[in-house]
Design a protein around this ligand. Structure first.
Ligand SMILES: *Cc1c(COP(=O)(O)O)cnc(C)c1O
Length: 255
């Protein structure tokens, strides 16, 4: 019974549909936006390993998880390890200091998208130094910005973003800060105009590039989910995080 419900969702068709929409939106957006074609991060939270393997089998490589325990389990999953050797995990959830070692020990961890304080950045920096003893590659991170100012959302304020970005890039040599990320307020009504959170993140992007003299096309912008990834691409997103449009709706997580 459970099996049947799961296979009702055609993951491969979902991936292909989203990739097609990314291509189309990218091709048709304003020529003033020059950022590269967005990367699709398939957000597989609450979904089983089989679905991840299915998506991987048609070429999807980047996957996002936002619960630490789930990332650890899926990262160490025998089937995923053998069938998805080049999988790239993005951690997109709230990171607490006492969970850092577990997250960083995940095989094939690609990026932490949710660095939201100097403290967490410093803990990541020193933990990565210990974990990556031989194969010294800096850990990719994004600075998470709370663009909507909602209390329940994590992230630095837009005005703090430059400072944290600068601190990481100048002082934390085990981290490679690749760009900015936001979740933003849910349910924006596009009939009223563009999404203010996307405007705010692009404004942060512009300021960071200006202040740190970075090439704007080399600084990532992670914004856009199932409901609005096309709108995000139109504004310059380079990483879209899409879950339910690929894997189907999620049951509410028990608190
Ligand atoms: C769950 C989640 C997503 C994907 O959301 P969908 O609406 O299912 O596409 C994207 N980003 C973050 C941080 C998430 O937690």
């Amino acid at each position: 019974m459970i099996k049947r419900i799961m296979t009702d969702v055609d993951v491969k068709a979902g991936i292909n549909l989203i990739l097609k929409k990314i291509d189309e939106t990218y091709a048709n957006r304003s020529k003033e936006i020059t950022s590269r074609k967005p990367l699709l991060v398939a957000v597989s939270k609450t979904k089983p390993a089989e679905m991840i393997i299915d998506a991987y089998s048609i070429g999807q490589r980047h996957f996002g998880e936002n619960y630490v325990q789930e990332l650890i389990e899926k990262g160490a999953n025998e089937q995923i390890l053998t069938q998805c050797p080049d999988i790239c995990w993005h951690f997109i959830g709230h990171l607490q200091k006492n969970k850092i070692n577990k997250v960083l020990n995940t095989p094939n961890l690609y990026m932490i998208e949710t660095v939201d304080s100097q403290k967490i950045a410093e803990s990541l920096n020193s933990a990565w130094e210990r974990i990556q003893k031989e194969n010294k590659q800096p850990l990719r991170v994004l600075v998470q910005v709370n663009t909507s100012g909602e209390e329940e959302k994590n992230g630095v304020t837009p005005s703090e973003a430059i400072g944290l970005y600068k601190h990481i890039s100048e002082n934390l040599k085990n981290l490679q800060v690749d760009g900015l990320m936001t979740i933003g307020k849910f349910g924006h009504d596009y009939a009223t105009g563009p999404n203010p959170d996307f405007i705010t993140l692009m404004e942060c992007h512009r300021k960071v590039c200006e202040e740190l003299k970075l090439d704007p096309s080399a600084v990532e912008v992670s914004m856009g989910m199932s409901d609005d990834f096309d709108k995000a691409i139109e504004m310059g997103s380079t990483i879209v995080r899409v879950g339910s449009s690929i894997f189907g709706h999620r049951a509410k997580k028990n608190a």
